[in-house]
Design a protein around this ligand. Structure first.
Ligand SMILES: Nc1ncnc2c1ncn2[C@@H]1O[C@H](COP(=O)(O)OP(=O)(O)OP(=O)(O)O)[C@@H](O)[C@H]1O
Length: 228
């Protein structure tokens, strides 16, 4: 479970990105985070995997306050959380297999276990046959599939996605959404910041709308709610 209590974030340049946020997200929920540009969506999401720290307030994940978590404990936290970005962030010198295996190799799993699990997630995203290819040889949609495979290889409880369909055409975006729904159906929490109105309106889930660093709307099965 994710719980934010009075989370306030002021960047060193003086900008207040989060202005006292309170939210609770239960295990297994699918949550969209929407709002205008600069509203604080990315900052909100970055709090969840300790990419940024609150200036004040509590940021709890499964009972642990990650706002005050010691740096040496952060890798442990990140193992429970998968992250997917708009621009994929695959390592260009590693092939598909190696990109996905990387997260497991750093926690020293056995080679047999790594191989089995990597092939399993590549199969799930439909790209087992491209395991030896490099990121530059793949389409945007395929690269995003690989980054999703990488995000779930550790069997995290939560997958956090910041604009995962932002660089993809509409048709590919639906395929990517299907994958997130499939992952959610296994009990994994999905938290997704998005500007994709079509997706939010057609695949209904909880919607948290942020404006000026505050939650202005929080509705189960809500719509996108913004024009343009
Ligand atoms: N690293 C940073 N240093 C200073 N200010 C920042 C930093 N990151 C974001 N901001 C500022 O914090 C505010 C919120 O930014 P954030 O990226 O969270 O918004 P967003 O809702 O994700 O926007 P977008 O939809 O455009 O990605 C903005 O005013 C932004 O300029």
């Amino acid at each position: 479970m994710i719980q934010m209590k009075n989370v306030y974030k002021k960047y060193p340049n003086g900008i207040v990105a989060l202005n006292g946020m309170n939210v609770e997200i239960e295990q297994g929920e699918f949550v969209y985070v929407v709002g205008p540009s600069g509203a604080g969506k990315s900052t909100f999401i970055k709090m969840m995997y300790r990419e940024e720290r609150p200036t004040s307030g509590q940021m709890m994940i499964n009972g642990v306050d990650i706002a005050t978590l010691k740096n040496k404990r952060v890798p442990m936290l990140r193992r429970q959380i998968g992250v997917v970005f708009q621009d994929f962030k695959l390592l260009p010198r590693l092939n598909v297999y190696e990109n996905v295996a990387f997260a497991l190799e750093v926690i020293e799993e056995t080679p047999e276990m790594i191989r089995k699990r990597v092939m399993e997630v590549l199969e799930l995203v439909g790209l087992k046959h491209k395991a030896r290819m490099f990121p530059t040889e793949l389409s945007g949609g395929e690269q995003q599939r690989i980054s999703i495979a990488r995000s779930i290889v550790n069997k995290p409880k939560v997958v956090i996605a910041d604009e995962p369909t932002g660089n993809l055409d509409p048709e590919t975006s639906w395929d990517i959404m299907d994958l997130f729904e499939q992952i959610n159906a296994t009990g994994t929490t999905i938290l997704m910041a998005t500007h994709n109105r079509e997706v939010v309106n057609r695949r209904r889930h909880r919607v948290i709308a942020i404006e000026g660093g505050l939650i202005v709307r929080d509705v189960a099965g809500g719509d996108y709610g913004y024009e343009g």
